[in-house]
Design a protein around this ligand. Structure first.
Ligand code: TNX
Length: 768
């Protein structure tokens, strides 16, 4: 007999579950949450009330009315009240600085009769609103009316406040400009994730993008470049699009953006780059450079040697004038002055600069750079502003009150905090969202590197070498979107989200509440919210991550509820391809393809890995110095069957100024005929060839004898190249194979980075 249940009976158990989810799925994770039974339902009669006269709380209350209106169609307006408690079916904001100690904190109490939000400031109210938004069905983010949705949220209590006061995202509009509408959306989205700083990188070599009335040529000349590089920087031959690119924001537009941000409790931190990254300004006002002529706005990326002339007084007059116009536009406490990547070549040759060095008793050009930053700080202090700069401002002595943005790693932040200065952490390794986020072979063009969502999430901003007192100087974290390769608002979304969600949780949530597993679990729900908001977020979360160890290939996905299907014959996986259940052995070199599936539908992109199987594949090895994890420093980087590519550092094992000298244990005496490896020659990126490669063998792992050596010819070539080295070892029987690639040591002149340690990159030690 077939039993047909009425639909309601089938649905009730599900609804009951929906009414009391095990956990709230909020990003960033709040300090404390309790879920109760029952729901609050938002309907056309729900009212919103704030304490009369409290402007900032009113702002947040009106913001709530504004965000629920489009999707629900409910005609909501927040009203002032002198009442002490929520009326029925009301969202009631209460200001209570005794109860809420943290300025940006809130207590949210959702009950079936109404919602009470207790706060100490408008910012707290605004963050409570963002939590309410996430408690509602994801469709609340839709721009148009959504029919037949029950606008319910679980009864619950959320107690919350941020871990860090500075929670930022940078957008570079120098390389590519974005319309005001995109800037507002960028701010909306970061505020939605409880971030509160928008770092607006307004000037660079490739364009000056803010109107300065006293210097009209900044608008006419510096905001323009004649064309833009096509493809990746470093690719030969270089190609340009031939299309002039001219954009800037008027001061009226800047005011509009700042005002817009303020209503979302976001402070805009403007950045005016100096003394480097100044080519666009020099193109308009060549007297600001040491040579005084011959400049044009950059059309390609990288670091340019043309910088402001620190020997001339003109530079200081110019920046003071610029400050005079920008300070009134940006009410926040900080002005960012860049300070990064300023080559000293021109200053070394410039008599004015050398004169200044002498006159001021400076040691060298690094101290001249500090001199510039110190004067900038004094100027800003007169305008009542504090200075922030990139970590290079530490070189040659830190300006007395400067705040440091640590980007080349965490060392700048550590040094600043130890010296009693404030710092904001934004290391390339975890905070550069212009890097690839998944296998570069299946991603749109990006600058390089690899920064997955998981890696972004792993970041802990307080370095463990700091004492608790020093750690207080770490004000927070920032994610950076550099836009060399980001030209469209859609791609901007793609690169920013969901990695900015990970950053938001790092910035906001208590350290002990952070867990990748929990965060992972919240991602599907959060994707629904972003999708309703029409964010073109990356779905790399659903891509397959490959690993190869001990000769076994494993294929995992962040979301364990999806199916991974794969092939090993190079064909595209379909919904009937073998289902991955456990690590498998590859007996010969193969192309492994894998993708994720749910209910017969493919979710992420197809992963393709060319695995090279040889006598050392999957074998562990030791090295006299292990590289960092980022540079292949796991147990198998040189034997994982994966060759290095030119797009990211993935696949490569790298060391600075050290030999790469793995000793591989083949496990048993084995006949070998040949050892092959590849090195990367990319002198632009400080990666130099080894001087020689030698292979040794041994039966006991102690006594080695050489079986072949090749010296490597050193060329002046600076285009990136991957080179193959084969060392024949005919009729050799051995258990241990040792390869020694000797480093170039220090980078010779005239290559970029001369006198610094050279990187050495190998990908695999292929034993046949
Ligand atoms: C370094 S971060 C830069 C930027 C580039 C970025 C690309 C910093 C202070 N300087 O000029 O856009 O790398 O990832």
């Amino acid at each position: 007999m077939r039993l047909i249940l009425p639909l309601t009976l089938v649905l009730i158990p599900f609804l009951a579950c929906a009414q009391k989810p095990a956990k709230l799925q909020i990003i960033p994770e709040p300090v404390a949450t309790t879920v109760k039974s029952g729901v609050f339902t938002l309907n056309s009669a729900t009212s919103i009330a704030y304490p009369t006269g409290q402007k900032d709380v009113e702002l947040a209350a009106q913001y709530l009315a504004g965000i629920v209106q489009p999707a629900t169609g409910f005609p909501m307006v927040a009203k002032g009240t002198t009442a002490k408690a929520a009326a029925k079916n009301q969202i009631f904001f209460e200001l209570n600085t005794k109860k809420i100690k943290q300025k940006e904190g809130y207590l949210l109490e959702v009950g079936s009769n109404g919602i009470t939000v207790t706060v100490a400031s408008g910012a707290g109210a605004f963050y409570a609103v963002q939590t309410i938004r996430q408690l509602l069905p994801p469709e609340i983010n839709a721009p148009t009316i959504q029919q037949s949705i029950n606008w319910t949220m679980p009864n619950c209590t959320v107690e919350d406040f941020p871990r860090f006061q500075y929670r930022g995202l940078l957008l570079d509009v120098g390389r590519h400009w974005f319309p005001v509408s995109s800037i507002k959306r960028y701010i909306d989205l970061l505020a939605m994730h409880k971030m509160n700083r928008f770092h607006w990188h307004l000037t660079d070599d490739q364009g000056w993008r803010i109107e300065i009335k006293k210097y009209p040529k900044l608008q006419q000349v510096s905001s323009c470049r004649v064309q833009t590089l096509v493809g990746h920087y470093g690719e030969q031959p270089e190609q340009y699009d031939g299309i002039p690119y001219c954009h800037y924001y008027t001061q009226a537009e800047v005011k509009e953006v700042v005002e817009y941000a303020k209503k979302r409790f976001v402070t805009v931190v403007p950045e005016i780059e100096m003394p480097g990254h100044a080519l666009a300004a020099l193109a308009a006002y060549p007297y600001l450079g040491c040579e005084g002529s011959g400049y044009s706005t950059a059309t390609t990326w990288g670091v340019h040697e043309e910088v402001y002339c620190a020997g001339k007084e003109d530079m200081f007059t110019f920046i003071n004038d610029v400050f005079a116009e920008i300070v009134p536009l940006f009410p926040g406490e900080y002005v960012h002055v860049g300070g990064d990547e300023c080559p000293k070549d021109r200053w070394k040759e410039c008599s004015n600069c050398q004169k200044r060095i002498k006159k001021e008793g400076l040691k060298d050009e690094h101290e001249l750079q500090s001199y510039v930053i110190k004067r900038a700080e004094q100027m800003l202090a007169k305008y009542g502003k504090k200075l922030i700069g990139w970590d290079e401002i530490l070189e040659g002595g830190l300006s007395p009150n400067a705040t440091v943005m640590s980007w080349r790693g965490i060392e700048g932040g550590i040094a600043a905090a130890k010296a009693g200065h404030d710092a904001i952490m934004t290391p390339t390794s975890h905070c550069y969202f212009d890097y690839y986020q998944s296998d570069p072979n299946s991603e749109p063009l990006a600058i390089g590197g690899l920064l997955t969502l998981e890696k972004a999430y792993e970041y802990e901003p307080i370095p463990d070498v700091l004492t608790p007192t020093e750690a207080k100087h770490i004000l927070g974290v920032q994610g950076n979107i550099w836009t060399e390769y980001i030209k469209s608002p859609d791609y901007l979304d793609y690169m920013t989200y969901p990695r900015a969600c990970a950053l938001a949780e790092i910035a906001w949530s208590p350290a002990e509440k952070r867990s990748w597993d929990t965060f992972k679990g919240k991602i599907p729900a959060h994707f629904e919210r972003l999708a309703a908001y029409k964010v073109n977020f990356a779905k790399s979360f659903y891509d397959v991550t490959p690993a190869f160890s001990e000769g076994l290939v494993s294929l995992t996905c962040n979301d364990p509820s999806v199916q991974v299907r794969y092939t090993t014959d190079g064909s595209a996986p379909t919904n009937v391809s073998p289902l991955y259940t456990q690590p498998f052995v590859l007996s010969k070199s193969s192309v492994v393809k894998a993708s994720t599936w749910r209910g017969g539908t493919a979710l992420g992109k197809t992963l393709t890995v060319n695995y090279l199987v040889h006598k050392a594949s999957g074998k562990a090895y030791t090295m006299s110095k292990a590289p960092t994890k980022f540079l292949g420093g796991d147990t198998y980087g040189l034997t994982n069957g994966i060759l290095g590519g030119s797009k990211t550092w993935d696949g490569w094992v790298g060391l600075v100024n050290r030999d790469i000298d793995p000793v591989i244990d083949l496990g048993a005496v084995t006949a070998i005929n040949r050892v092959t490896t590849h090195y990367l020659d990319n002198k632009q990126s400080w990666i130099h060839p080894p001087r020689s490669i030698e292979v040794f063998v041994s039966d006991d792992g102690k006594n080695f004898r050489s079986v072949g050596k090749k010296a490597i010819e050193y060329s002046d070539n600076t285009a990136a190249e991957i080179k193959t080295i084969v060392i024949s070892t005919p009729n050799t029987k051995t258990r241990f194979v040792k390869l020694v690639a000797t480093t170039t040591g220090v980078i010779p002149e005239p290559f970029p980075g001369a006198k610094e340690g050279a990187w050495l990159f190998l990908d695999e030690v292929i034993v046949d």
